[in-house]
Design a binder for this molecule. Structure first.
Ligand code: ADP
Ligand code: ASP
Ligand code: MG
Length: 388
């Protein structure tokens, strides 16, 4: 069996954790599995590197930023490979570029164009465990790129797809996917199985547990993904094609989970010809975009503020409005679309949460509110729909 296993930042946060992962990988290797292991940078490393750049400039070159940030994953990949060698297992680490992850040239938020991982096949054939630096690739013009924050999940799913892996396991610091972020709702319920489309809605709505593009990739190419604990290695949440049919009456509302997003900044700009030209070549990560007749609203994480300020200013675009501390709470599931009574019920439940906007899609109901009230709102809604 070929299995791609991905370990997130906290899971490889120190040398002890890396050693213990190597020991567990050694067991899987001796069982006969062919292993490709994708790693993130050690906890906080990417943020620290990011902050270092901002100590030097408020608008770092995106190319140099990618050179800097990709260094994080090089550290963890080589430390894991060294730990495996200590376990007596031959292993080799590759950067994204060496693994053949080819991307477009959108530094900081590059998309994967193709995977050409023949070197991984060659090394697997020599019975090695192959370690790959997540979150990175190389552009067609041979520049090093990154896939956007949290992008190691996407590296893992893309490699699993290319290798025709039997499974892609995403090891992280929680036991799987829960009905809400367990950091906000400690008694949130574990979800043993979730369909691709619900997971997609959750991740695009801010659920950090999986990178949204990883879920999109998995859904497109039908890659079986499991999210599980890097401490216990116990069975986690399976993300697969089958929508889970709960034992609820036929068309009854079915809420799968609650996502949230905090600290969002909203820019409002006029949809001038200039602004549309800028959007044509926009490469930054955006949380949400609304285009109205009079105004384009761009919702973006606050950490990108100085970069976006610079970009808008450089493009000669006048900012009509800029508001910070915006938050979102999003119910994901079925049977909530265009249901006025349900919307009224939500507004009543959250009457102290200063809801500014309530909108829906076929799979979600979205509340926009002040960031400071997000945790409280998630707790109220979780209590209502999932109980204590
Ligand atoms: P990694 O470094 O392993 O990629 P992340 O921090 O990116 O880990 O994602 C794991 C985190 O996702 C958890 O620590 C948890 O706080 C958060 N999270 C948000 N929503 C959920 C959810 N519905 N279920 C589980 N975890 C969630
Ligand atoms: N190290 C990168 C980040 O912190 C990628 C990842 O963790 O997936 O965003
Ligand atoms: Mg992550």
């Amino acid at each position: 069996m070929i299995i791609v296993k991905k370990f997130g930042g906290t899971s490889v946060g120190n040398v002890e954790l890396i050693r213990s992962i190597a020991k567990k990988l050694a067991k899987a290797y001796h069982r006969g599995d062919q292993l490709v292991v994708v790693v993130s940078a050690m906890a906080k490393t990417t943020d620290n590197l990011f902050n270092l750049a901002y100590e030097i400039t408020k608008h770092p070159s995106r190319r140099e930023m990618d050179m800097l940030l990709t260094a994080g994953e090089r550290i963890s990949m080589s430390l894991l490979s060294l730990s495996l060698l200590e376990e007596g297992i031959s292993s080799i680490s590759f950067t994204g570029s060496q693994s053949g992850i080819i991307t477009d040239d959108h530094h900081g938020n590059a998309k994967i164009l193709k995977v050409n991982a023949f070197r991984i096949h060659e090394e697997l054939a020599k019975d090695k465990i192959v370690i790959v630096a997540g979150f990175q690739g190389v552009s067609t013009s041979k520049e090093i790129t990154t896939l956007g924050r949290g992008g190691s999940d996407t590296s893992a799913v893309a490699l699993a797809c290319y290798l025709g892996a039997d499974k892609c396991e995403i090891f992280t610091d929680v036991d799987g996917v829960f009905t809400a972020d367990p950091r906000i709702v400690p008694h949130a319920k574990f979800i043993p199985e979730i369909g691709y489309l619900d997971m997609l809605a959750l991740s695009y709505s801010g659920s950090k547990v999986l990178h949204p593009r990883a879920v999109e990739f998995a859904y497109r190419y039908k890659v079986p993904v499991e999210v599980k604990s890097s401490i216990s290695f116990a069975p986690g949440t399976m993300i697969s094609n089958d929508e889970v049919v709960k034992d609820s009456p036929m068309e009854e509302r079915n809420i799968s989970a609650i996502a949230h997003k905090e600290n969002i900044l909203r820019y409002q700009i006029e949809p001038s010809a200039n602004a549309l030209l800028l959007l044509d070549k926009w490469h930054h990560e955006v949380f949400k975009l609304n285009m109205l007749k009079q105004v384009v609203e761009i919702y973006i994480e606050e950490k990108y503020e100085s970069e976006i300020d610079y970009l808008l200013n450089e493009s000669g675009i006048e900012v009509q409005g800029k508001e910070r501390n915006i938050g979102f709470v999003i119910l994901v599931g079925l049977g909530m679309a265009a249901d006025p009574a349900f919307m009224a019920k939500i507004l009543r439940l959250c009457e102290e949460c200063r809801i500014e906007r309530l909108s829906h899609s076929e799979r979600s109901l979205e509340l926009m509110l002040p960031s400071a009230l997000v945790a409280r709102t998630v707790t109220i809604l979780h209590h209502e729909f999932f109980g204590e």
